[in-house]
Design a protein around this ligand. Structure first.
Ligand code: 13P
Length: 259
């Protein structure tokens, strides 16, 4: 696949927001604001909390809304004594299509490592779902000129031992940690450059055809006012949206690149 043919993917990461009752309302409102032409242009994904997945799934399927369902995390084991965890089978049974893996909040607050991210990536793929693998540098790392080395290492760790054919179908999200929830966005040029680094690592590991097929999103303070400039960049294939995805009006405008 050559550049420019990757289908844009815009995903809302609702994080720990919205009860299942609120989630139902938000996804219904979002569906009223989007139409067929939006879904043809862009793959739209919502990632509610675990407790809302079943409710949102029911709304999407009963109203035939072509929004894909995503989860925010997963455990790599199939089942067992892992109190509080959710298995890939449980998600697959809910028709979850995407699973966010290795979000910086999971890495920073809940001890995720490149190794656990790698296990989760493999588990998600083994169950026919698509991982959205998150990578990104801290402010200190950026200021020390370590951005490229950081994301390169995270990509190598996440995809270690994964087959090229599986990698081609995955999504990577570049989320500079200093841009998450801060109102500070990476400039489109900086985001594009780092996403180019990520694609270069994937090319190095898996070859050109695979790296050209992987969709790489930008995440970090994306909103209706900055999405168009981000999406205009050649390497940016979509967005992983936090705060602005909670509001169906804002999220619909982001899906429409600000219009
Ligand atoms: P914000 O859009 O709120 O900055 O969050 C980005 C993010 O972490 C998405 O996963």
């Amino acid at each position: 696949m050559s550049e420019g043919t990757r289908r844009p993917i815009i995903a809302g990461n609702w994080k720990m927001h919205h009860t299942h009752l609120e989630a139902i309302q938000v996804v219904q409102k979002l569906s009223y604001r989007l139409d067929r032409s939006d879904y043809e242009r862009v793959e739209v994904v919502v990632c509610p909390t675990f407790t809302s997945l079943r409710s949102v799934q029911t709304v999407l399927e009963s109203d035939r809304i072509p929004i894909a369902l995503g989860a925010q995390d997963v455990h790599w084991e199939e089942k067992g004594a892992f109190t509080g965890e959710v298995s890939p089978t449980m998600l697959a049974k809910l028709n979850v299509s995407f699973v966010i893996v290795g979000h910086s909040e999971r890495r920073q607050l809940f001890g995720e490592t490149d190794e656990t991210v790698n296990r989760k990536v493999k588990a998600v793929l083994a169950h026919g779902m698509t991982p959205i693998v998150c990578v990104g540098e801290t402010l200190e790392e950026r200021e020390a000129g370590e951005t490229a080395a950081k994301v390169d290492g995270q990509v190598r760790g996440a995809f270690e031992g994964v087959k090229a054919a599986d990698v081609a179908a995955t999504v990577v999200a570049y989320e500079p940690i200093w841009a998450i929830g801060t109102g500070r966005t990476a400039t489109p040029g900086d985001a594009d450059e780092t996403i180019g680094v990520i694609r270069g690592t994937l090319r190095d590991l898996f070859g050109g055809p695979t790296s050209s097929a992987v969709r790489i999103q930008y995440g970090g303070s994306v909103n209706p006012g900055n999405i168009a400039d981000l999406m205009a960049m050649p390497e940016i294939d979509g967005a992983l949206v936090g705060g602005a995805s909670l509001d169906p009006d804002d999220f619909a405008r982001i899906v429409r690149y600000g219009a």
